[in-house]
Design a protein around this ligand. Structure first.
Ligand SMILES: NC(=O)c1ccc[n+]([C@@H]2O[C@H](COP(=O)([O-])OP(=O)(O)OC[C@H]3O[C@@H](n4cnc5c(N)ncnc54)[C@H](OP(=O)(O)O)[C@@H]3O)[C@@H](O)[C@H]2O)c1
Length: 347
């Protein structure tokens, strides 16, 4: 009897430990996966497995971060029962497949942007997650950034009146090697999915869904978009923005209303400051504490949602992910962007 009691006490302690430390798996070993592994650790989570298409890359990543399991191919990560939640940081054309694999294995997932190559693929993932009763979200970190939260608070206070105009640029010159993922149609590359998703998301969040979009741009020999300029009519105003791999036009954004405008400091998707230009008032420069925590807000939000038993983050809402992808689908169609035929979901 004495032995049974001791065992019960130990098991209860172990269970409590497990709920305190979320055990992540990471699919993908690229630049962002490294940064996210650090963010998980900084938020008190642990990474228990990583996967790559290539065993050696998985092993290198595991060694660099002290991760016990290096899996390959990606699907093998889900054989490890220790994995409680997966961060998907594979190349864009795989996001929906990797998300479906997580759902089939009963594991919640945070999926890098773009959530899928197009809205129908994203909708299928969201429906599967809903049917399975599993949490899934797009890793759109901009929505969780303190600058974005402060921007919404400033706008809600009415300092610039109703926001009706959004302008932004996300132009960074990247390596032009056609085999790099951002230049590859097969890997779901292109400026729109890599960079344009950020201004499209902020325009959507500030002005509501887009009802009409007009785009012009330039394609690479590989068929992906290099340079895109967009004018969009939204529910509550209009947006003009551009994204580019070939113009160093900066990573800035501004939102305006009848009483002023707010400049979102560069880089606007994780801004270090806001500057409020209110009509007839002194300019207010607002440094943003905590912007340097970067991806940690996403880890925190996933932990919070899982702890609360939520299937959807209110800040990373499914409907917003879909609406933004629908806008990008329309822009891509207008430009004639080449997208790979998506592999069928087999699970
Ligand atoms: N939220 C953000 O701030 C942010 C920033 C950048 C990118 N992203 C998103 O995150 C995803 C990954 O982007 P990333 O910048 O991390 O991409 P990346 O560094 O190019 O790596 C992406 C994948 O490409 C493969 N890869 C990397 N190096 C390779 C090599 N030398 N040879 C062959 N394959 C190689 C790896 O596949 P294996 O996994 O199979 O090894 C890796 O997972 C994309 O969907 C992107 O849109 C998000």
């Amino acid at each position: 009897m004495m032995v049974v009691l001791i065992c019960t006490t130990v098991a209860t302690f172990d269970e409590r430990e497990q709920t305190m430390t979320r055990r992540w798996g990471i699919m993908g070993t690229g630049i962002i996966a490294h940064a996210f592994a650090e963010a998980i650790r900084a938020e008190g989570g642990s990474v228990v497995a990583v996967s790559s298409a290539t065993p050696a890359r998985a092993q290198r990543f595991a060694a660099a971060h002290g991760i016990p399991v290096a899996a390959s191919p990606h699907g093998d990560l889900l054989r490890h029962r220790d994995v409680e939640v997966v961060y998907i940081a594979t190349t864009n054309e795989r996001h929906h497949l990797d998300a479906h694999a997580c759902i089939a294995a009963g594991v919640p997932a945070l999926v890098e942007k773009p959530f899928a190559l197009h809205a129908p693929a994203a909708r299928a993932v969201l429906e599967a997650a809903s049917t399975a009763g599993l949490f899934v979200a797009e890793a759109m970190w901009t929505r969780l950034q303190p600058a974005t939260q402060r921007l919404h608070a400033e706008l809600a206070s009415g300092v610039i009146g109703e926001p009706t105009a959004f302008q932004a640029s996300f132009g960074v010159v990247l390596n032009s090697d056609p085999s790099r993922r951002w230049r590859s149609a097969a890997l779901g590359g292109g400026a729109l999915l890599d960079l344009g998703v950020y201004p499209a998301t902020l325009a959507h969040d500030l002005l509501g869904p887009a009802s009409r979009v007009q785009a012009t741009g330039q394609l690479a020999d590989t068929g992906v978009d290099l340079n895109v300029a967009v004018v969009a009519e939204h529910e509550r105003g209009s947006a003009t923005w551009r994204c580019s791999f070939i113009e160093a036009s900066g990573v800035w954004a501004t939102v305006a209303g009848a009483d002023g405008h707010i400049w979102i400091g560069e880089p606007f998707h994780h801004a270090p400051s806001l500057t409020v230009h209110q009509r007839d008032q002194p300019v207010r420069h607002l440094p943003i504490d905590g912007h340097e925590l970067g991806y940690r807000y996403e880890v925190r939000e996933v932990h919070r949602c899982l702890d609360a038993g939520l299937l959807e983050s209110p800040t990373l809402a499914h409907a917003d992910t879909l609406a933004v992808l629908e806008m990008l689908d329309e822009i891509g169609a207008q430009l004639g962007v080449l997208r790979p035929k998506l592999a069928p979901v087999t699970s």
